[in-house]
Design a protein around this ligand. Structure first.
Ligand code: RUG
Length: 845
């Protein structure tokens, strides 16, 4: 019997160690088999949707081999692991990315071609999982890609929202929101893990239960309440041209009535079903706010649910090795909190260590502080999360007692260091003594973590000087800056194959894909007319693609020879789309007035522009929705005015998302990043545009400043007040009544006169001196002047192209690879571990 068992084991081992073949015929077989057997569809029926799904599953099969190998290897090495906790991920489409990572893109394209499908067309079948609302979620996805590519042992954890970021449609010249049920056709990249389930408890009461015999601490039992089950879904995250494949685990909520069979047997069948109904919506919907805390009970429940499941999972994995002692955990585990959204992890981890693992307070606190780190992404007061204390008490009574205790110990330290400074104690407390009392999650995160980082130099500076100066004074070594970065493989190689081919041709190598520093060599060539011609052709190709898309989506015909001026991001007052559209209205009025004057010379000097907007406004953010209305109103007026012709067109593309960004960014000449200084923590699309040979029109804010340092002042169109000036202006906003720029006054009067349809009283009023907190009026003049400089240089294509090439060539610092290496070194203390596959695996693309 033993011999039989051994043979069986050997057989199984052999079979499981057989890697799937990747020649064209095998890929075809695998695709067709998935159409027939996995999807149960007729393979001879032409159906792009099925063939996309089957191709995706075929690619996923090949990812899974690498994924299990990687995980097994990392376990065997007992490496330190990084866990990235984010409530948002904007993954974008996966098919192209995964194929390029596996170096199988060309083979799949060939395989599909023979089956009658174009890979590019199948790619379009993939729906973006909109599991994030803006830059924060996209950053998290870029990080996951770089972590895998650089061979760091890292997992992402998040929520598998059933409804992602809402679908934006434009109805009656306004934004309308529709649910985004992104899972409608299923999601072929995920693997359900019914075997990975955890119970998460909420509500209930605390009962005192004597003293712990070991630690001597009073023991409390958290009883009653509701249990919800968290079930994991895994998405493999491939590295580029490495076998290493990491994991993104997303949690979905399930009712725990499977555990309450008693209810059924008690005749409470309907009550049990009711419980199921109540638990499932927990992970239904993503709150679509960006830089704004929704403050809803459901949001806190989502945060806790996901954090609790994640930490249970991390501890279970850690404890699998008997030699692992909890005291050593920070040597093996680093947990990064992406914003304060998962900050409830601090008291939850303490609870698990104190109540489940029976550690003493000191040990538990030491482990927690040395394991966690926190990234802050905003200084905006409305985005800093606070939770009403009564809500915390009701939902998470045990956590509230732990928060009290953390605060008690912490304030003790503050008092010891600054005796008799009661003001400081009140400022630094986790609890705001308001009515109702509030729990400040940022304070909790700073106290509970060993590192706090901002996401651009100016932003980190503000954290230390304005937002958390007391904490900075207490723990200066805790605060570090790590400027954001983006995954250039997605944003250049995948999104812009035309420009990437030009780069590879002129560098004579593809190696820049691994080492973006190599781009610097292009600087010596940037005025070479032949390189310029290749560059301009690639840009024109991308602009034509974008023009076709605009015609299809918006019914507006634009001239690809015009300057494509793009402003795409969440709609927010601080991002100042309003200033842009007022500038557009000014341009329109000026063209008309020049025409009236018969000033043909000035008209002849004007550069035709297509001004393109895209972005979503939070559904309850009425000012932002008004801005969209104004953009659409101006667009309606300008585009239908026969006198304007090609000189000006205004486009608002609905439902901006990652895959649309991949189309828009490469087709852009100039892009706008014009937030009020001191408000945009970093911005990351500025980096993507610059990498794609677009010049930036930017304010002195966030990462714009560092981009300017890297690419040179002459290559960037900067304007407006800097952070200090804005701060000063805002302090005196109620006393000063500055004269409004005459051009702005003209535009506002025209708007109020009904020239653009509705009169937009509220928006106009928000710009009156005293009300204009985002300094639109202050910066408007310098903004228009910067725009004139943009025009004048665009008229000189060689000068323009030199700037574009020079800028792109100077962007290596903004790769997420650099950024992740900094996190690894400054915060996580981890090194890469690359799995070497058995035998020789050639990169086949
Ligand atoms: O607004 C910030 C961006 O400036 C930044 O680039 C991005 C990634 O760091 O995060 C954005 N953000 C901040 N999104 N939500 C928040 C606060 O909840």
């Amino acid at each position: 019997a033993d011999e039989k068992k051994k043979l069986m084991k050997e057989k199984l081992w052999k079979l499981m160690c057989t890697y799937l073949p990747c020649d064209v015929l095998s890929l075809q077989k695998s695709i067709v088999q998935h159409v027939e057997y996995t999807l149960a569809r007729r393979r001879y029926k032409k159906d792009k949707g099925s063939f996309y799904q089957a191709t995706a599953v075929s690619v996923r099969d090949r990812l899974i081999e690498r994924w299990t190998d990687t995980q097994q290897y990392l376990s065997s090495k007992d490496t330190k692991r990084v866990y990235y906790l984010s409530l948002e991920y904007l993954l974008g489409r996966n098919l192209q990315n995964a194929m390029s990572c596996l170096a199988l893109r060309n083979r799949y394209a060939a395989a599909l071609e023979e089956l009658g499908y174009k890979l590019e067309e199948l790619t379009e079948e993939e729906r973006d999982p909109g599991l994030g609302s803006g830059g924060l979620g996209r950053l998290a996805s870029c990080f996951l890609d770089s972590l895998a590519t650089l061979n760091y042992a890292a997992w992402g954890y998040g929520i598998r929202y059933k409804y992602g970021m809402f679908e934006q449609r434009l109805i009656g010249r306004a934004q309308a929101e529709f649910p985004d049920f992104w899972l409608k056709e299923g999601y072929p990249w995920e693997v359900e893990r019914p075997d990975v389930q955890y119970l998460v408890k909420m509500y209930g009461q605390l009962e005192e239960d004597g003293k712990d015999p070991v630690t001597g601490r009073p023991r409390v039992n958290w009883v009653g309440g509701e249990d919800v089950i968290a079930e994991g879904f895994d998405i493999p995250v491939p590295g580029f041209h490495t076998w290493n494949t990491n994991n993104l685990r997303l949690w979905t909520s399930k009712a725990s009535c499977e555990f309450n069979l008693g209810s059924f047997n008690d005749g409470q069948y309907y009550a049990a079903i009711g419980e199921k109904e109540r638990s499932e919506p927990l992970t239904s919907v993503l709150y679509p706010c960006d830089n704004n805390a929704p403050g809803k009970e459901l949001r806190l429940r989502q945060q806790y649910f996901y954090v609790s499941a994640t930490l249970q999972d991390i501890l279970r994995r850690y404890k699998k090795r008997p030699e692992h002692s909890l005291l050593d955990l920070p040597r093996k585990v680093a947990i990064q909190l992406n914003e304060t959204h998962p900050a409830i992890a601090i008291p939850e981890f303490m609870r698990l260590l104190l109540d489940e693992e029976c550690l003493g307070w000191k040990e538990a606190w030491h482990i927690t502080q040395n394991t966690f780190a926190y990234t802050n992404h905003t200084v905006m007061p409305e985005a800093l999360e606070v939770w009403p204390l009564p809500l915390m008490e009701q939902l998470l009574p045990r956590h509230l007692t732990i928060i009290y205790e953390i605060n008690h110990h912490f304030l003790g330290e503050v008092r010891a260091r600054w005796p008799a400074d009661q003001g400081r104690v009140a400022r630094m407390s986790i609890i705001e003594e308001s009515e109702p009392k509030l729990i400040k999650m940022a304070h909790l995160a700073i106290i509970g973590c060993h590192r706090v980082n901002g996401v651009a130099q100016v932003h980190t500076g503000l954290l230390c000087s304005s937002l958390f100066p007391d904490f900075y004074e207490m723990w200066p070594q805790k605060f570090v800056n790590i400027t954001n970065g983006v995954n250039h493989r997605r944003w250049m190689l995948q999104a812009n194959p035309a420009m990437s081919a030009v780069i590879s041709k002129w560098l004579g190598t593809h190696d820049w894909i691994h080492d973006l520093g190599l781009l610097a060599r292009l600087k010596d060539l940037s005025s070479n007319p032949e390189l310029q011609r290749d560059w301009q052709e690639a840009k024109m190709y991308n602009k034509r693609k974008l023009a076709d898309f605009i015609k299809r989506e918006c019914g507006i015909v634009v001239n690809a020879a015009a300057m494509f001026d793009v402003h795409v991001k969440r709609i927010h007052e601080y991002k100042r789309q309003l200033m842009n559209i007022l500038g557009v209205a000014y341009r329109y009025l000026r063209i008309l007035s020049l025409q009236q004057e018969g000033n043909t010379e000035a008209l002849g000097q004007m550069v035709p522009r297509v001004v393109i907007f895209a972005g979503k406004a939070a559904p309850n953010y009425f000012v932002a929705k008004d801005v969209i209305k104004l953009v659409l109103a101006v667009a309606g007026r300008v585009n239908n005015d026969a006198r304007i012709g090609d000189l000006l067109k205004v486009v608002f593309i609905p439902n901006y998302n990652v895959s649309m960004a991949e189309l828009i960014i490469p087709g852009t000449d100039v892009s706008q990043h014009i937030s009020t200084a001191g408000f945009e923590a970093s911005g990351t699309s500025n980096m993507k545009f610059c990498m794609n040979g677009s010049l930036l029109l930017g304010s002195r804010d966030g990462a714009n400043l560092e981009i300017e340092q890297s690419i040179g002042k002459d290559n960037m169109f900067m304007f407006g007040a800097n952070t200090k000036e804005v701060d000063q202006l805002r302090r005196t906003i109620n006393f000063r009544k500055p004269q409004m720029d005459g051009r702005l006054r003209w535009v506002l009067e025209e708007i109020l006169s009904g020239r653009f349809g509705a009169t937009f009283h509220d928006l106009v009023n928000s710009l009156q001196p005293g009300n204009d907190g985002y300094m639109v009026g202050h910066d408007f003049g310098s903004y228009l002047e910067a725009n004139e400089v943009v025009d004048s240089i665009f008229k000189n294509p060689p000068a323009w192209t030199t700037k574009c090439i020079d800028s792109c060539a100077s962007m290596s610092r903004f790769s997420s690879d650099r950024c992740i290496r900094e996190y690894a070194e400054k915060i996580w203390q981890v090194v890469p571990h690359q799995f070497k596959p058995p035998g020789k695996v050639a990169n086949v693309d």
